[in-house]
Design a protein around this ligand. Structure first.
Ligand SMILES: C[S@@+](CC[C@H](N)C(=O)[O-])C[C@H]1O[C@@H](n2cnc3c(N)ncnc32)[C@H](O)[C@@H]1O
Length: 236
């Protein structure tokens, strides 16, 4: 299930969102570009003919970052939003990557590659998937598309809403976001969005879900307030 009352993933990531996404995400997520640089550092050990699955590719940020750094890699961009896939298509074409990227419009849970990938990333996608079983099915579908030993990079908003650190981290995020000159209306709307539409999970639960989906214990390599990123490999 990817809809809560008043929120559906495709309506949220529509054409108007796609057009503004690349500017807004950098205000919204502290260290967004650093996260992609660090992901590329983990990927540097992968072979030159790597095939990479971008799960919830959005406008193509990870494909652009990795594609620049690893010019012999090929990619598949999967996204449920046709508008985001179109933006990804435009962005990769305008950076000379047109021949290196294939596209699938639909849920990753409904995508089956003809051959397993060497590596995959899911950057700021799984936190929109509500419910333990649905999140597990999402992680399992990524594992099923990876070869055994294939690398998986996960980035998500995370945390335990009941813990004493959650509210201070959320407040710090809001102050950081406000410092980029975001107007009061947008600030209020986005605060409500991250409180209502994100399915936060404590790190221990994410680790358990990844294990159940067939991944090795992950290493957290990035954290900026409530945003975290982990690297793991398909174990079974
Ligand atoms: C916040 S954007 C992240 C885009 C990109 N990965 C990045 O780092 O900027 C989340 C994207 O995930 C897509 N998405 C959400 N659930 C999905 C699913 N189950 N399968 C494929 N795409 C999904 C949305 O349409 C949206 O484009």
């Amino acid at each position: 299930m990817q809809a809560t009352e008043g929120f559906t993933i495709t309506a949220h990531f529509d054409e108007s969102h796609a057009a503004k996404y690349d500017r807004r995400i950098r205000q919204f997520c502290p260290g967004y570009d650093a996260l992609h640089d660090l992901a590329a550092a983990w990927c540097a050990a992968l072979p030159p003919d790597t095939r990479f699955l971008s799960s919830g590719a959005g406008t193509g940020a990870e494909i652009l970052a990795l594609g620049r750094r690893f010019p012999s890699w090929n990619f598949v961009a999967v996204d449920v939003s046709a508008d985001m896939i179109q933006a990804c298509r435009d962005n990769t074409a305008s950076t000379g990557m047109a021949g290196r990227v294939d596209f699938f419009t639909g849920r990753v849970q409904d995508y089956q590659a003809s051959a397993p990938f060497d590596a995959a990333a899911s950057i700021f996608v799984a936190h929109f998937i509500k419910g333990r079983d649905e999140k597990l099915a999402y992680f399992k579908s990524i594992a099923a598309n990876l070869q055994i030993g294939g690398m998986f990079i996960l980035a998500d908003l995370f945390g335990d809403k009941q813990s004493s650190s959650f509210a201070p981290l959320l407040d710090a995020w809001l102050r950081h976001y406000a410092s980029h000159g975001v107007d009061a209306d947008t600030l209020a709307k986005d605060r409500a969005h991250v409180e209502r539409d994100i399915d936060y999970r404590p790190e221990s639960e994410l680790i358990a879900l990844l294990a159940e989906a067939g991944f090795a214990p992950p290493v957290r390599f990035f954290q900026a307030l409530l945003f975290g990123a982990w690297v793991t490999v398909r174990a079974v």
